[in-house]
Design a protein around this ligand. Structure first.
Ligand code: GDG
Length: 462
């Protein structure tokens, strides 16, 4: 069996005590690495200042070698904060207004990908299969090919792929498209993303669809496919059940008293639609005065990317907005919104999801959205809550039992909250079961297997 080499911007290196429970993605990829043996390479998250980074740090754990590199301050600024997070992230989430193009950042992005390639190439054996993850590393295959590597190389994009009119506002869109053509398999979360990608190839005559999921561009033939990422459904359901005896979860349950809990969990990011959601909650309370004092909305929002100005500003905006709504609607014995601006443990999170009568997942645009899937998996089968889900999350293509909303439609989202809270038990159970059955069958291990099968089956591609 050939070895597997995974490359991602950040690497979930196991912590020393092995205490922190890893997320589903890390668990599934580690299981594949354990089975096949291999390497997980990426950025250590540390900077070497302006010094050339030390050689790769390698850590062996069972069958897996973790290979980490530092980056210089300039690299971190230009590649990570600059091009990845201030150009590709907003563009892929259809936010042209937030993209800040700069020649320096674009050059830094390609330079760091070359640097990753140079550090990775000496570790790769001729029959290793390489799987590259996400928007930070699109040009990596092209760099490896230029160094003579003929290995099977696959790419999976965790975030959405935009339509041509959006992508082409990016001055280096052609280099990005060319970069993707150097992979053997390019994977997206949804058919819609894949269609957008095909549209980008066609629009400027860059390439075309050959049928059977095969594409041609820049004299290469590759497979383009849809691989919706899942979670470890069965394991997550089990620890949500166990978490009901957890001290923090018990305290949360007691503090909610007789009220219904609406749950929101998102990294603090403009793509997640948090401000629109708070507006919708306010609208829901104003339109349903009988619900005053009877509902608590718990929003857990760990900080992310605080170095990027838009994120820092958003942190303030959301905190102020939650404060304003609480001030306007709250009573001496009722705080409508509990807003937590830090991360909570994964087990506690699972227990809190299970307490939520409503899971409110309303991103403006999202590749998949694992919170939606975790919320469903965490429910009590005898008394499940209702998922209110944005139609613009990749997960909406699969979770047919959710109440789908347009997050820009504040009134519509408010109405969906009211409907979710009054939904009869039988309907809740029916909707939940459809979703849970799907999630059990399409879990993260299956996602991993499906992608790797296509990557290692030669007649899939060129
Ligand atoms: C990208 C794409 C795609 C959140 N708060 C806490 C916490 N979380 C965990 C959740 C979930 C994960 O973070 C967030 O995953 P999402 O999928 O919702 O969103 P992104 O971070 O934007 O992920 C997305 C994903 O990649 C995978 O392909 O679905 O579309 O944007 O697992 O549980 N975990 C803990 N405490 C928190 O406070 N422990």
């Amino acid at each position: 069996m050939s070895r597997l080499v995974i490359v991602s911007n950040r690497v979930p290196v196991p912590d020393k005590g092995g205490i922190a429970p890893a997320g589903g993605l890390a668990v599934a990829l580690k299981a594949a690495l354990e089975e096949q043996g291999g390497i997980w390479m990426g950025w250590s998250g540390r900077s070497s200042g302006e010094q050339e980074p030390q050689p790769l740090a390698q850590l062996q754990q069972g069958n897996i070698t973790y290979a980490l590199t530092d980056l210089t301050d300039t690299d971190v600024e230009e590649y990570y904060h600059g091009f990845a997070n201030r150009v590709l992230w907003p563009i892929c989430h259809y936010r042209l207004d937030l993209a800040e193009y700069g020649r320096k950042e674009m050059a830094g992005y390609f330079r760091v990908n070359r640097f990753f390639g140079r550090r990775l190439a000496p570790l790769v054996k001729p029959d290793d299969v390489i799987w590259v993850h996400d928007y930070h590393l699109i040009p990596l295959a092209a760099e490896l090919r230029q160094m003579g590597l003929k290995n099977r190389i696959g790419f999976f994009l965790h975030i959405p792929w935009p339509p041509a009119d959006v992508l082409f506002t990016m001055p280096v869109h052609e280099e990005i498209m060319r970069g993707l053509s150097h992979y053997d398999v390019v994977g997206f979360q949804t058919d819609h993303d894949l269609e957008n990608f095909a549209g980008c190839l066609r629009r400027e005559g860059i390439g075309d669809e050959l049928g059977g999921g095969r594409f041609t561009a820049y004299d290469r033939i590759f497979k383009g496919g849809t691989y919706a990422i899942g979670i470890e459904t069965a394991a997550f359901a089990e620890f949500a059940e166990k978490a009901s005896t957890n001290k923090t979860v018990k305290k949360a349950r007691e503090s909610i008293e007789h009220r219904s809990l609406i749950m929101g969990v998102d990294r603090l990011d403009y793509s997640k639609g948090i401000t629109q959601r708070i507006d919708a909650f306010e609208r829901f309370i104003l339109a349903n005065p009988a619900q005053q004092g009877r509902v608590t909305y718990l929003q857990i929002t760990p900080k992310s990317r605080s170095e990027v100005p838009e994120y820092e500003a958003m942190q303030r905006t959301v905190a102020e907005q939650a404060g304003r709504v609480n001030g306007a609607l709250g009573a001496v014995d009722w705080v409508p919104i509990r807003y937590i601006n830090r991360s909570v443990g994964r087990h506690i999170l699972a227990g809190l999801y299970r307490l939520g009568r409503v899971g409110l997942v309303t991103p403006l645009r999202d590749g998949m959205n694992l919170v939606a899937k975790e919320y469903v998996a965490a429910q009590d089968p005898d008394d499940p809550g209702v998922l209110v889900l944005s139609r613009f999350a990749g997960a909406a293509c699969e979770l047919r039992g959710a109440l789908l909303v347009n997050p820009y439609d504040i009134e519509g989202t408010a109405n969906a909250m009211a409907r979710a809270l009054s939904m009869p038990l039988e309907e809740r159970k029916e909707r939940w079961k459809t979703m849970m059955d799907h999630l059990l069958e399409h879990d993260v291990s299956r996602w991993c297997r499906d992608f790797l099968n296509d990557l290692t089956t030669r007649d899939q591609c060129g």
